[in-house]
Write a protein that binds this ligand. Structure first.
Ligand code: P61
Length: 894
């Protein structure tokens, strides 16, 4: 049985690295400054850097390894870990560490290649390293082989061996990034080498890709795992070397390994001369740890299948558009000379410049000039989504259509004749008028990954039974895609982490606190900012400061925690949201609006003095993430300020609301989200925020007042006794710093657009499959309308609870019931409330899942919808008296 291609990533995103989108003018300036050699561009000038060397995403365990470096000069623990990893994954016994792959090559040359030697190899790329040393490489690759293009021509190899007596036979997995060998061929090479008393030295840097290729294409290998094949390949050689920055996605590092103690002895005598002591070889302890962890993880079958699927898909898209390219193990290698019809002396550089000019994408030709005319577009391993890769492919296709307009490059005069390397060249050129390509995708790369559960249906059936059919009671370890909530589940950015790490803790006033206050002032225009550990803590303090017992708090639909604190402070919540909010099929775009007539009626009945404040939530959660219009914000504020009624926002998802104003209100189409947000906040007197949403952090909250010092002082008094220090709200300085940074990232137009539009795409895929959802789609979640999904299940059999459980069993996706179970019973009658909205919420964490994850979610739910008649209800077996949705347990009814 061939191993199947996964439908989505077997991991989710743990941390992201924001990317830059330089304008056309900036790109031209950068190119000119780089003298038309894109090698000189730095990552912050580049949108997508299509290079795979040392740029892959690490796992969170690898990143954690960075912090457990034993930086001893001799005998570091991390070296022992590395040795064990190499023994286990590659099967070789003895290890000589080196600072990277060049360090390993240097030792090989020093120990095995006396001056004047020749080498026989299937890789041309190595010429770059050996020619300058006066070592001649004989190309013994089988150029006639069509499938395993990296195979050795055995006849030619034997000829070279007998005529030149090479120092060793050098083999490279996926030679030059393009040419895989078969296991059978490699074994034959080994036999030949043995017959002639030569070593087979194998570069394993791309062993994973080669193993995958063997699994796909070599007869009888389809059942072998990548792990098994990797070991078979490695054990076929006498000596192996490896580049830590490739398959093990470390950022540097390398080693030589062998089973022969005499060879080890040779290496160890030289490693101290060139690299470092034999137990670190020029690697930091942390690098050895990251490398060791990466080695163990690199053969993970599903990860390999996913990475290779991405490569195949990317190349296929270019091929389908007619772009001349060759297969690369890590991307597509474009034939620059046939891409550019006009020719010219340096087609790789001309194409690279044109691609950067039109799109901000960098592709890089490396090594010696003239070796080939290929411009590789390599995929940083596991660091990009298919959505982004599709767009990079489209950017190149876009350029292909206007290729006859690309300007040629001319070498700068005075270029010395001894400039042999691509990185040395510089050019003169004029900018051609090329149409640009505009990216519309998530504006970040994947920095680290977190594995997700891989369960089968039987395991999930057992898990949901053990959880009493309550998704709150499932273990995260059993969940593949977790759409329970967007609260505290965001992927932080590297910039946020940097701020977190750099923050200095203190029980008094930290710099992070000042940054937090400055960010609040800048973002909202509010003078007084009080940090809290999360949203409900801010709600408690606000309620106690603002509500006198008996007062009324009108609001646009309640949120559970908000209402609880208003009631605990002696207030009474009155819902004044527009009627459309209660109708899941109404497509009114501003379902979060306050109905002014309802508000006026409340004020007329009780008098303005009886109103504590207006509790005004943006992007109303329980209505389905429905936005408030700018007109409504203005009108409510105008009405209230005339009557001395304060307006207090729940600004938890204010940025998402601001984006929908930009999208749906023509007057704001060209206003930046950050400016829309500032205007929204102008129409209020203060706010509470659960920072776990918009702020892209895992913990934190805010209570802020626009200008009222009296409120701020009495809130501070409560902060001291409820939360922690008055300057930290119980949060470590790092969380304050990460929050401050998150406030900058959240108003990035590209980010917030990609966030909210992803939700819209999930809804569109579900609707295309006929699945009934709440209209219009909100910002943070898609809500399934269960009354229409399971019309045959009575509400007292808890259809939304059952559906959430079925979704888990079908797909491994965790959703949240928001219906009869959540609403609870009427305390007087003991009957269920049977609310109008019987919903299942699919909530999207920020920056965590790709479109491929969400398509799998949609496909699974569509399958369930198609067999909806087979789905019944549930009954309680344990029903807690309050907030029963958290702890309640169920079993199948009838
Ligand atoms: C959520 F099932 N929301 O949506 P805290 N205001 C708003 C929220 O959405 C919110 C809070 C205040 C959650 C978590 C949650 O019954 C539940 O930082 C608009 O969680 O204290 C939280 O902020 C409270 C889920 C909360 C629930 C209560 O998933």
């Amino acid at each position: 049985m061939p191993i199947p291609v996964p439908t989505h990533e077997p991991h989710k995103i743990k941390t992201v690295r924001p990317i830059a989108f330089p304008t056309l003018d900036e790109r031209k300036r950068n190119l000119a400054a780089a003298r038309f050699n894109v090698f000189e561009l730095t990552p912050s000038q580049i949108t997508f850097d299509m290079v795979s060397y040392g740029t892959g995403a690490m796992s969170q365990e690898q990143l954690a390894g960075q912090l457990v470096g034993d930086e001893a000069y001799a005998g570091a623990r991390n070296f022992e870990t590395l040795e064990r990893a190499i023994n286990r994954v590659l099967g070789h016994t003895y290890v000589c560490p080196t600072h990277n792959t060049l360090g390993a090559v240097k030792l090989l040359v020093k120990t095995l290649c006396p001056p004047g030697s020749t080498l026989a190899s299937n890789a041309r790329g190595r010429v770059d390293l050996h020619a300058p040393r006066g070592i001649e490489i004989h190309d013994v690759r089988d150029h006639a082989e069509a499938v395993f293009t990296g195979n050795f021509d055995l006849v030619r190899l034997e000829q070279v061996i007998t005529t030149t007596r090479p120092a060793f036979v050098g083999a490279q997995c996926f030679a030059d990034g393009q040419h895989p060998f078969s296991l059978a061929n490699l074994k034959a090479v080994r036999a030949l080498a043995d017959r002639h008393g030569l070593r087979l030295v194998l570069d394993l840097s791309r062993v994973i890709e080669n193993a995958w290729y063997i699994q796909r294409h070599e007869a009888g290998m389809a059942d072998r795992s990548v792990a098994e094949l990797t070991k078979l390949i490695a054990k076929t050689a006498h000596v192996v070397l490896m580049d830590g920055a490739q398959a093990p996605h470390c950022n540097t590092g390398g080693f030589l390994a062998t089973d022969n103690p005499a060879d080890l002895e040779l290496f160890l005598n030289e490693v101290v001369v060139y690299e470092g002591l034999h137990t670190y070889g020029g690697m930091a302890g942390r690098t050895m740890e990251v490398l060791a962890r990466g080695l163990v993880e690199m053969t993970d079958e599903t990860e390999v299948q996913w990475a290779m699927h991405q490569t195949e898909r990317f190349t296929a898209r270019l091929r389908a558009a007619g772009i001349p390219c060759e297969r690369g193990c890590d991307g597509a290698y474009v034939r620059a000379d046939s891409f550019l019809p006009a020719g010219g002396g340096h087609p790789q550089h001309a194409l690279a410049c044109a691609l950067y000019q039109t799109s901000g994408v960098r592709a890089l030709a490396q090594g010696l000039v003239g070796r080939d005319q290929l411009l590789p577009l390599q995929i940083p391993r596991l660091a990009m989504t298919n959505e982004q890769l599709d767009q990079v492919a489209d950017a190149l296709i876009h350029l292909f259509r206007q290729r006859d307009r690309v300007s040629p490059l001319e070498l700068e005069s005075g270029a010395a004749a001894d400039m042999h390397w691509h990185d040395q060249l510089s050019f003169r050129s004029v900018f051609a008028d090329l149409d640009t390509f505009e990216f519309d995708c998530a504006p970040y790369l994947i920095h680290t990954l977190e594995p997700i559960a891989r369960t089968d249906r039987g395991q999930r059936e057992r898990a949901i039974r053990e959880a009493g059919w309550n998704t709150f009671l499932l273990r995260s370890a059993d969940v593949a895609i977790d759409l329970l909530t967007d609260s505290g589940t965001s992927a932080m950015s590297t910039t946020q982490w940097a701020a977190y790490d750099a923050a200095i803790p203190t029980p008094a006033t930290s710099e992070a606190y000042h940054r937090f206050v400055a960010a609040v002032r800048e973002t909202y225009g509010y003078a007084y900012a009080l940090p809290t550990h999360q949203g409900r803590a801010a709600e408690q303090i606000l309620s106690e400061v603002m509500i006198r017992p008996g007062q009324i708090v009108p609001g646009n639909m309640y949120f559970t925690t908000t209402k609880v604190h208003q009631e605990l402070a002696g207030g009474r919540f009155v819902d004044v949201i527009v009627d459309q909010a209660h109708d899941p099929q109404s497509d009114y775009p501003w379902k979060g609006d306050i109905d002014l007539a309802k508000l006026e009626a409340v004020v007329a009945e009780h008098g303005a003095a009886a109103i504590a404040y207006i509790s005004f939530e943006h992007s109303v959660n329980l209505a389905g993430g429905q936005p408030v219009s700018m007109d409504n914000l203005r009108a409510v504020y105008a009405y209230c300020s005339g009557r001395d009624i304060p307006v207090m926002f729940d600004a938890t998802r204010a940025v998402e609301n601001a984006y929908l104003i930009q999208k749906h209100d023509a007057r704001f189409h060209h206003t930046r989200v950050r400016d829309i947000l500032r205007e929204m906040m102008l129409y209020g007197d203060g706010c509470t925020v659960s920072g776990k949403k918009d702020y892209l952090i895992n913990m934190g909250g805010l209570l802020a007042f626009k200008d009222n010092a009296v409120w701020a002082r009495s809130a501070e008094a409560k902060l001291r006794i409820y939360e922690g220090g008055v300057r930290d709200g119980g949060l470590p300085a790092g969380d304050l710093a990460a929050m401050a940074r998150g406030m900058e990232e959240m108003v990035d137009d590209r980010y917030i657009r990609s966030r909210v539009e992803q939700t819209a795409r999930l809804a569109a895929w579900l609707k295309a499959g006929g699945v009934p959802v709440v209209e219009p789609t909100g910002t943070h979640a898609v809500f399934l309308d269960v009354k229409r999904f399971l019309p045959h299940v009575d509400q007292d059999l808890y259809p939304a609870q059952r559906l959430a459980g079925e979704i888990y069993v079908e797909t491994g996706v965790r959703a949240m019931e928001r219906g009869n179970v959540s609403k609870g019973r009427d305390p007087k009658t003991g009957e269920n409330h049977r609310p109008a909205l019987e919903l299942v919420r699919l909530t999207l964490p920020r920056r965590v899942y790709s479109d491929d994850h969400l398509r799998a979610v949609a496909d699974g739910i569509v399958r369930l919808y198609q067999r909806r008649d087979s789905i019944g209800g549930l009954k309680f077996v344990h029903e807690p008296p309050t907030l029963r949705f958290f702890q309640g347990r169920f079993e199948l009814a009838n």
